[in-house]
Design a protein around this ligand. Structure first.
Ligand SMILES: *Cc1c(COP(=O)(O)O)cnc(C)c1O
Length: 368
């Protein structure tokens, strides 16, 4: 066993230190102007993030799950509709589909952890209204290949919660489909100081609906043209996000550098399968996920050695109790099921040191 140290799963303190002075000043401005809900800080962030994602509209909302729901709702995806999504995703993707009254139709993934285009082709029915392309772990799903099989009439929604800054064939995620939803949960590549999220689109009518739906169905006070809800971006969160957005590309590069370091340290050991980057993708390594045989023992050993490792996610959607109503039993999505037993997410964040990564790699090897 290598000499013991501790390596957290993620270290948000490193990022905070780099924007602290600027964030403090920006938060003070929000407080001084009482711009707590939406307001100038949110307007500024929405403009900056729309431009970053190369889309026309960005609407700040309460969190990533709301962003997914509002995007579906604004696009008219609801009762009677089927929405195709990967079985291996965070529960929120499927929750949003079910919460708008649509039926989640799961499909398997490929070895790069992304949605299987063949699976989508097989799952299409006359009721299919949308496909949720989840850019899992920080690399883009093959949106152009999905478009080729679903055609122009089916909505492609990007779940871009894990992919801020990731590109596919040179184009920014968040602008690859018809509409995108993202999350600024603190641990995401672009994280707020609390819950926050956004919807991105080039479609002005869809953007207008989200703008209303997030604010009790109207833009002006007491004007309720739609049956809406309350899911708005806070000024303080927007101020923090604007400060962090300036650093996002640099921080994503540090993640890629750290991924390359793991690649070197673990290369050639056939007992560990390294993450596969699909052709055309610029990965932003929200998570660095490897595959090992005896995963439970490896995970316990890493934890024991003071290393914050995780599993994303322990069970595919159809095996979660909340989704028992889908009546899709074990064996239905063999690749997603198998990957769920083999995956381990290693510590990954801007600011992780070479010594930390050496310790993680040495400990991992010693456990195999
Ligand atoms: C984080 C995440 C969400 C949900 O975001 P919240 O802000 O936590 O609601 C949705 N989908 C994926 C893939 C995520 O990683």
């Amino acid at each position: 066993m290598p000499a013991r140290r501790t390596v957290p799963f993620v270290d948000l303190g490193w990022q905070t230190a780099r924007i602290r002075a600027e964030a403090d000043a920006a938060i003070a401005r929000v407080i001084d102007t009482s711009g707590f809900i939406l307001g100038d800080a949110a307007d500024a962030f929405e403009r900056a993030f729309a431009s970053y994602c190369e889309v026309e509209h960005c609407l700040g909302v309460g969190n990533g799950t709301d962003a997914l729901e509002l995007a579906f709702e604004a696009a008219g995806v609801g009762a009677g509709a089927e929405v195709i999504l990967p079985a291996n995703t965070f529960a929120a993707t499927a929750e949003a589909v079910a919460r708008v009254g649509a039926t989640p139709v799961l499909v398997d993934c490929t070895d790069d952890f992304l949605i299987s285009v063949e699976g989508v082709a097989d799952a299409l029915t006359p009721r299919t209204r949308a496909v949720a392309a989840v850019h899992l772990y920080g690399q883009a799903a093959p949106v152009e290949a999905l478009r080729a099989v679903v055609g122009e009439d089916i909505l492609i929604l990007e779940d871009a919660a894990q992919s801020q800054g990731a590109r596919r064939n040179g184009e920014m995620t968040g602008g690859l489909g018809d509409v995108a939803a993202t999350s600024f949960y603190p641990g995401k590549n672009l994280g707020a100081f609390g819950d926050a999220g956004a919807v991105m689109t080039d479609d002005a009518a869809l953007a207008d609906s989200v703008r209303k739906l997030r604010n009790h169905g109207g833009i002006a006070r007491y004007e309720h043209s739609l049956l809406g809800r309350n899911s708005r971006l806070d000024g303080i969160q927007a101020a923090v996000l604007s400060a962090k957005l300036e650093h996002l590309d640099e921080w994503n590069q540090l993640r890629r550098d750290a991924a390359a370091v793991y690649g070197e340290l673990l290369d050639g050991d056939e007992r560990v399968q390294l993450p596969v980057v699909a052709d055309g993708n610029e990965h932003v390594f929200h998570l660095y996920v490897v595959r090992v045989a005896d995963r439970e023992r490896v995970l316990a050993g890493l934890t024991e050695a003071g290393i914050g490792a995780g599993i994303h996610y322990p069970k595919p959607i159809h095996l979660l109790p909340a989704f028992r109503f889908l009546a899709q039993g074990e064996g239905r999505f063999p690749r997603a099921e198998r990957l769920a037993t083999e995956i381990v997410s290693l510590p990954m964040y801007p600011g992780i040191t070479l010594d930390d990564q050496r310790y993680v790699a040495e400990t991992l090897r010693s456990l195999l």
